[in-house]
Ligand binder design. Structure first.
Ligand code: ZN
Length: 302
């Protein structure tokens, strides 16, 4: 589905002795860089530790899926654990502009789904749009998050700032009385009637999702034709519109896990806690745009 979206000529921008490690990161590790690899790349790319994020932006942008805009955005973020994550934009041709995923959302999603509890620095190769500034402001470390806005044609032209400078007079979770934030350690106790592994995986994703405004906790689990499983979680936003749906979260992870593999979705489950909002119709619409005509919808109980 997203197969062959990776633009492999990006490796030409990196020294030959780094290619093997960079290929592991994008083809075997779904855009996750572990701390020992961060150290190795810092040496191989002859970069300062903070500059490494900017140096890796082209690698992240090479993962973008942008059939509408052909505008490739890469984001690279460092988690509190020391891991570094890649994210890239994703557009769905035949779908709707409203389900476009931006690179900053993708990298936060990747970090969050890998257990990260916050980010200290995020680099991106285009100025974050208003939508992304608002999305980033929902995260546990928003008040201290450093942003690096880079230029892929000039590695020296990097603008440093804090997220709080990019979003003055911000409206955020605290305005709505929410103090446990996106990426904070929190879990719901949801259950579903069906006990097969995919339903359980989707329910676990729903339990770890973030829906403090609606209570519509939701998770998606999908299986591919080669029996790989990917999950996604719902991430709400205080401004509502920038919220990330569980299906888009899962599709982004499928994309990052399949950069050199041809995969199709064979089975998919959405688990959702009933609330004033629902992702059922939107999930159906997105899957139709991808040619997937069936998914299981399971209501969860607390
Ligand atoms: Zn954006």
């Amino acid at each position: 589905m997203f197969s062959s979206c990776f633009r492999a000529d990006v490796f030409d921008q990196f020294p030959a002795d780094s290619h093997s490690l960079l290929k592991d990161i994008v083809f075997s590790q779904a855009g996750v860089v572990f701390p020992d690899q961060v150290d190795a790349l810092t040496n191989k790319l002859d970069s300062a530790p903070n500059d490494l994020l900017v140096r890796l932006m082209p690698l992240a942008a090479a993962c973008a899926w942008a059939p509408v805009s052909s505008f490739y955005v890469g984001a690279v973020a460092r988690g509190l654990s020391g891991n570094v994550y890649l994210g890239a934009n994703m557009e769905l041709a035949g779908g709707s502009m409203a389900v476009t995923l931006h690179a900053e959302q993708a990298v936060i999603n990747n970090a969050w789904l890998n257990g990260e509890k916050g980010l200290d620095r995020l680099a991106v190769n285009a100025a974050p749009c208003g939508h992304c500034r608002q999305f980033m402001f929902e995260t546990s470390t928003a008040e201290s998050l450093d942003i690096m806005i880079g230029d892929m044609t000039d590695s020296q032209a990097v603008e440093h700032c804090q997220l709080t400078q990019l979003l003055p007079s911000a409206f955020g979770p605290k305005n709505l009385g929410v103090t446990t934030l996106l990426m904070d350690d929190a879990s719901q106790s949801l259950q579903v009637d069906e006990g097969d592994p995919l339903a359980v995986a989707a329910c676990q994703a729903a339990c770890a999702s973030y829906a403090p405004y609606s209570g519509g906790y939701a998770g998606v689990a999908l299986r591919t034709d080669d029996d790989a499983v990917f999950v996604g979680r719902y991430a709400e936003n205080a401004a509502f519109n920038p919220s990330l749906t569980a299906i888009i979260s899962a599709l982004s992870q499928l994309r990052f896990g399949s950069l050199n593999t041809r995969r199709r979705i064979s089975e998919i489950v959405l688990v959702e806690h009933p609330a004033a909002v629902s992702q059922k119709q939107l999930t159906d619409t997105v899957l139709n745009a991808l040619g997937v005509d069936h998914f299981r919808y399971l209501e969860a109980t607390l």
